[in-house]
Design a protein around this ligand. Sequence first.
Ligand SMILES: [Zn+2]
Ligand SMILES: [Zn+2]
Ligand SMILES: [Zn+2]
Length: 148
Amino acid sequence: MDLTKWRRCQKERLVAGLCLQCGKVYVQSPHRTCLDCRKKKRKRRQRLYDGRLSKGLCPVCGRKRNEDDTIYCSLCRERQGQHKQQHPDRRKYRHRVRRKHRREGLCTSCGRGRDEEGFLECSRCRQRARNNYRERMSVLASLQSDRK
Ligand SMILES: [Zn+2]
Ligand SMILES: [Zn+2]
Ligand SMILES: [Zn+2]
């Protein structure tokens, strides 16, 4: 498979909610791969990590370490520091915001006022969710017809 084809395939899987790795299993966000593939990947990464660590290399990138007080090379250490600053527990934060919106009777997606009774989200967000769903279903259908 060439690269553009591969990219298209990945995008279709993403939209359809299929595992990006094996393409067989439907996965729920926020994960883009199925449990099996995630497990395998974790194992592979762990092996790589351990191997590098035992050789005295930076476990993240495999480069030489230049400081003794850390297991990471200076570059990776810096990168990790930045990463933490940029994402101060985003999932927890989003969860909290949703709860707050819910309590205050606002759209749990965007925080604007709800404009329809009986729904947790505003009509705009519900429309968007419906569109996403429709797109996903059509991609799924085309994937299935491809397979025949
Ligand atoms: Zn998979
Ligand atoms: Zn490194
Ligand atoms: Zn909304």
